[in-house]
Design a protein around this ligand. Structure first.
Ligand SMILES: C[S@@+](CC[C@H](N)C(=O)[O-])C[C@H]1O[C@@H](n2cnc3c(N)ncnc32)[C@H](O)[C@@H]1O
Length: 216
């Protein structure tokens, strides 16, 4: 497996392999498809992509956009990348990394959409400070998004949803109807399915960065 990671046949990027990508993701995807010129295709990033189920479903449905899956767990992100290779997607890349460190990975305004499905809930009161989505993280996402860019979050925890919603609005996002890009598809993730089978409904929403780019 390490040879496949090193020669790029399993496309997981990490550490120094990411250093030239900031601000260059569109060019890198264009090269991956054998084109010289970068395109203006949408760039969508899934945070906590797990084994790549949703990431690859989205890539399959949107040949006109590029998708980057990020996860902090090595085995999961490798599985996500292997799935992309098996399914023949030239519009998927994966990153082993912490979403909190994305300032080093994406230039400001480079991303068109963030997907955050079922981030770790950190249920105990003393652990809630570990939750990924808070005001600081919402502000970071806002910086990385293009004007009109969106965040789509789902969680099983109503309290997390409400707090995240406040954080997005506090950072200047506007709650929005489901964005046209997904054409009404709901993309039931692995964890969403697990919770549904236990009778637990998802709490989800989408937020948009204003088209004029101003967050307040
Ligand atoms: C509860 S799972 C949900 C997986 C998937 N999104 C779903 O809905 O089925 C949360 C995922 O987020 C990843 N994760 C946790 N913290 C992260 C971080 N700071 N940056 C990137 N990924 C993270 C975990 O490794 C895990 O795969």
């Amino acid at each position: 497996m390490s040879a496949a990671l090193a020669d790029g046949s399993i496309p997981v990027l990490q550490g120094s392999a990411l250093k030239d990508r900031r601000g260059q993701w569109r060019q890198a995807f264009a090269r991956q498809r054998g084109n010289q010129a970068p395109s203006n295709r949408k760039l969508i990033v899934e945070i906590g992509c797990h084994l790549g189920l949703t990431l690859n479903q989205m890539a399959e449905n949107h040949h006109d956009a590029d998708f980057i899956g990020m996860d902090i767990t090595f085995k999961r992100v490798v599985t996500a990348a292997e799935r992309a290779v098996r399914q023949g997607h030239s519009n998927v890349a994966t990153i082993l990394g912490n979403a909190r460190a994305m300032d080093a990975i994406f230039a400001d305004g480079e991303v068109d959409g963030f997907i955050i499905f079922f981030p770790d809930p950190w249920l105990k009161r003393a652990q809630s400070k570990n939750r990924l989505v808070d005001q600081k993280f919402a502000a970071l996402l806002a910086t990385k998004l293009s004007p009109g860019g969106f965040v789509w979050m789902k969680t099983d925890q109503e309290i997390y949803f409400n707090e995240a919603s406040e954080a997005f609005v506090g950072a200047g996002f506007k709650p929005t109807e489901p964005v046209d890009f997904f054409a009404g598809r709901i993309y039931e993730s692995t964890f969403e399915r697990r919770f549904r089978l236990q009778g637990l409904p998802p709490h989800g929403g989408q937020w948009q960065k204003p088209l004029n780019g101003r967050m307040c």
